[in-house]
Ligand binder design. Structure first.
Ligand code: HEM
Length: 454
């Protein structure tokens, strides 16, 4: 036995019958429950052929994602990572040298300076899209909020990050294929030990949706590579990208990164924001404060760059929204070598399951965790918290590239909408989260916008 193993104890386990029964009833609640019952210690979830280690304590999350990240790759051999790899392949959402080359290429596009330079373009596009909602508002016609937000996000992102190389109509087709994928993948996420060669439900719609995405994006990627595009958008940047040895990346990697960047820049933002309106309906005191801030800071004109720093309560609301609904809810890793986390042995090859959804809803780390309370993010309370008690954007070398962009874009969208409209929900309930590759509302949010009278 190695010293690693001698110095440690085996992880407590959730027995098979209990794990299966509770996960089948409500997977997200069940996972939070397992972590709570273990008091934040590492716990093994026995699902028969698949026994991942659930890591939920902020200090342990930091160990895996940051301090000892080298030992915890997103390994394609890891069960939870394999299904996702079938869509994104080798590139920014993978690991190793290929990932490093993609990260080097893409990271400079999302620095605060670069993103700040996009604000005016984003603001103009968002304002124009939100203005279109005047018509259903005047007519008193209900809208599907998720669909409208996806249109607003796609129009803005295609313009500023994809230089209109992908039309809004094409973007919406890709979004629809992404929706299919996010739910079709679930079968493989819950039974990751089934080899790809064995067909499973969800496989056909998954493959058809990947094809639809490739049909739109591949010709655009090819054209940029062939003509030597010198633009600064994502596709042009990828067309000039090189690997660590300075050789141009191949078409497959350019495709993989384009698909990954499309998904991460679109569905994340509108997925999270869809929850906001039902939450505001359930918390009129938060809504009143938010409306008051938008009115004070933005006033009658369009939202502009200089307003953003002053929309501090809106920023707190978004942070709290991401605490309860972290769209990137599943962060799978694999232990390359045996390791010990706080006295618990993690054997080599172990599947590690980390989820901001779980940590961010645990009563061990959060007071009244089920309650929506943006005050949690007021300083100095926020500063006193462990960095990994709230990690909707992950951490360590794979830390999300889009955090700054997300807050900025979301502030623009929410402020533009609240400035113009009050609203009524058709069904005043907060949708349940649905387990899919990304977290999304299980039911659509339908609402009627009411023009503001100020
Ligand atoms: C609410 C919005 C978002 C959330 C909650 C979110 C969450 C996450 C999380 C948890 C990770 C880490 C995954 C891991 O460690 O395996 C991640 C990675 C990533 N995110 Fe986001 N994301 C969001 C929006 C965006 C946006 C707008 C972009 C656009 C640039 C983006 C680009 C990426 C990329 C490229 C990675 C992979 C980074 C790497 O592995 O080096 N994300 N995101």
């Amino acid at each position: 036995m190695s010293t690693v193993q001698e110095a440690s104890r085996k992880a407590a386990a959730v027995p098979l019958y209990r794990a299966v029964r509770e996960l089948a009833r409500n997977p997200l609640d069940a996972l939070v429950g397992f972590a709570e019952a273990a008091g934040g210690d590492v716990v093994r979830v026995n699902l028969g052929a698949f026994r991942p280690y659930l890591v939920s304590h902020p200090a342990h999350v930091q160990h895996v994602l940051r301090d000892n990240a080298g030992n915890y790759p997103r390994d394609g051999k890891g069960m939870l990572w394999r299904p996702v790899k079938r869509l994104f392949g080798e590139g920014i959402l993978a690991e190793g040298q290929v990932w490093a080359a993609s990260r080097n290429t893409l990271q400079p596009l999302f620095t605060a300076k670069r993103v700040d330079a996009l604000v005016d373009g984003l603001a103009a596009s968002i304002e124009a899209s939100v203005e279109r909602l005047d018509e259903p508002a005047r007519q008193g016609r209900a809208i599907d909020l998720g669909a409208e937000l996806s249109q607003i996000v796609c129009a803005a992102i295609m313009r500023v990050l994809f230089a209109d190389k992908v039309s809004v109509a094409e973007a919406l087709r890709i979004v629809s294929a992404q929706n299919t994928i996010a739910t079709a993948i679930v079968y493989r996420l819950i039974a990751p030990f089934v080899p790809n060669a064995i067909p499973m439900p969800g496989d056909r719609p998954f493959q058809a949706a990947v094809q639809q995405i490739d049909d739109v994006l591949l010709p655009i990627v090819r054209a940029a590579r062939e003509r030597g595009d010198d633009g600064s958008d994502i596709i042009a940047t990828l067309s000039r990208a090189v690997d660590a040895a300075g050789r141009p990346i191949d078409e497959r990697q350019a495709r993989n990164d384009t698909v990954a960047m499309f998904a991460t820049t679109t569905e994340t933002t509108f997925g999270v924001l869809t929850w906001l309106w039902p939450i505001l309906r359930a918390h009129p005191e938060v809504a009143d404060r938010l409306y008051a801030e938008v009115d004070r800071v933005v006033g009658d004109g369009p939202v502009r760059r200089e307003h953003l720093a002053e929309l501090t309560y809106l920023r707190m609301v978004l942070e709290e929204l991401l605490r309860l609904y972290p769209v990137g809810w599943l962060i799978p890793r694999v232990a390359a070598e045996a390791d010990v986390i706080d006295g618990t042995l993690i054997p080599a090859g172990a599947d590690i399951l980390i989820s901001p959804y779980i940590t961010q809803r645990m009563s061990a780390f959060w007071d009244r965790p089920q309650e929506f309370d943006p005050e949690r993010f007021a300083s100095p309370r926020a500063e006193r918290r462990h960095r990994y008690a709230h990690y909707p954007f992950g951490g360590g070398p794979h830390q999300c590239l889009g955090q700054y962009l997300f807050y900025l874009e979301s502030q623009l969208i929410v402020a533009a909408m609240l400035r113009r409209f009050r609203f009524e929900l058709t069904h005043p309930v907060i949708p349940e989260p649905q387990v899919a590759a990304s977290l999304r509302p299980k039911t659509p949010v339908e609402l009627t916008l009411l023009p503001r009278t100020r």
